[in-house]
Design a protein around this ligand. Structure first.
Ligand code: PGA
Length: 222
């Protein structure tokens, strides 16, 4: 059976390292007994090297498409990998919106992440954003309908399931597809157990340790 992925996207939170450590430790403790799922936390870059726990994998929320050089302010995939992270979220709708990231920029970032040995978690909200992803091995896709993010209005699981099936048709069954958008511990099982997603990308609820751990536990199959 394919693995289930539970990814916490902390976005631009929290504002101190002490808070980040506290939240991370609480999640790690709560995730101690989760065996059949991969729990991944994606904090702001700055905290990556400070968060360590055997139960949790780390991911970044973005990377640059060049490895190194005169690119002020950028952080490369290799640097992220060297900080101990194994995953990187790419193409998140907030980056598409606020940083004007295009499908072509995202594709370059995916290539650089794969070269560095990171697993990209590529966010899409429609089928046209899949075009550049066809034939690429070694990534995860997160279906995140834009209008469902951060507002408590999660997608109807039946609609999400239809989209999952369409994505799978386009991209092949080998790629794990996650759902994201206002996930909480009540609706989480609808997407994974009922609608056939292989995991969740969780934003707001990943900042509440107890709720995030509940989500993770609601997906274990034993
Ligand atoms: P949300 O965010 O769970 O707060 O809706 C999801 C995401 O943006 O990845």
């Amino acid at each position: 059976m394919k693995k289930i992925f539970i990814v916490g996207n902390w976005k631009c939170n929290p504002v101190t390292l002490a808070e980040a450590k506290e939240l991370f430790d609480l999640i790690a403790k709560g995730a101690e007994n989760i065996k059949d799922a991969e729990v991944i936390i994606c904090p702001p870059f700055l905290y990556l090297s400070h968060l360590q726990n055997g139960n949790i994998k780390l991911g970044a929320q973005d990377c640059f498409y060049e490895e190194k050089g005169a690119f002020t302010g950028e952080i490369s995939a290799v640097m992220i990998k060297n900080m101990g992270a194994e995953y990187v979220i790419l193409g998140h709708s907030e980056r598409r919106k606020y940083q004007q990231e295009t499908d072509d920029i995202i594709k370059r970032k995916i290539d650089s992440a794969l070269r560095a040995g990171l697993i990209p978690i590529v966010c899409i909200d429609n089928l046209s954003q899949l075009e550049n992803l066809k034939g690429i091995n070694g990534l995860l896709i997160a279906y995140e309908p834009f209008h469902c993010i951060g507002n408590g209005k999660a997608c109807d699981p039946k609609k999400a399931e239809k989209m999952r099936i369409l994505i799978e048709k386009e991209i092949g069954k080998g790629v794990s597809i996650l759902y994201g958008g206002s996930v909480n511990s009540q609706n989480a099982p609808h997407y994974v157990k009922a609608a056939g997603f292989f995991g969740l990308l969780v934003g707001g609820a990943s900042l509440k340790a107890e709720e995030f751990v509940k989500i993770a536990n609601s997906l274990t199959f034993s």
